[in-house]
Design a protein around this ligand. Structure first.
Ligand SMILES: [Cu+2]
Length: 146
């Protein structure tokens, strides 16, 4: 009994738990001198959680953004966290929730790969770190063709 409890604890604590999955990650290409762009993807959290932090080596600042109406104008703003309901994919896409990369250190060209680190806080406050490789798609891209 005791050893199986320990084993379960190790399994739950191990890096292989991967309760959250990211797919179809992409970043919109930039032109020279452009300082910000969006990153988009599908996130599925098996047990539910919240996306609480984002980082990328290509950007000085990375935030989770939502779109809101301010009068007649669509605007975006940073949010503290993004709710990930259990088992239900959350799609980040142009015009909706997205990750904002700001203070870009380099131009992002179509075909490049951008590393992103996502931190998801699960129930009981346990944090999961996801390393994501996002492909850079051309400026006019809307979503990856599958
Ligand atoms: Cu934004």
């Amino acid at each position: 009994m005791r050893s199986s409890t320990l084993l379960l604890a190790l399994l739950l604590a191990g890096p292989a738990q991967a309760q959250t999955r990211v797919s179809d990650a992409w970043v919109r290409a930039t032109v020279a001198q452009q300082l910000g762009t969006g990153a988009f993807m599908r996130i599925t959290s098996a047990q539910g959680g919240r996306l609480v932090a984002v980082q990328s080596p290509v950007a000085r600042i990375a935030e989770v953004h939502e779109m809101t109406m301010q009068g007649d104008v669509m605007a975006m703003r940073a949010i503290e966290s993004l709710e990930l309901p259990p088992g239900k994919p959350v799609v980040l896409r142009p015009g909706g929730h997205h990750l904002m990369l700001m203070g870009l250190k380099q131009q992002l060209k179509a075909g490049d790969t951008v590393p992103l680190t996502l931190v998801v806080e699960g129930r009981e406050g346990r944090r999961e770190t996801l390393e994501v490789k996002a492909v850079v798609l051309p400026l006019g891209a809307d979503a990856p063709k599958r």
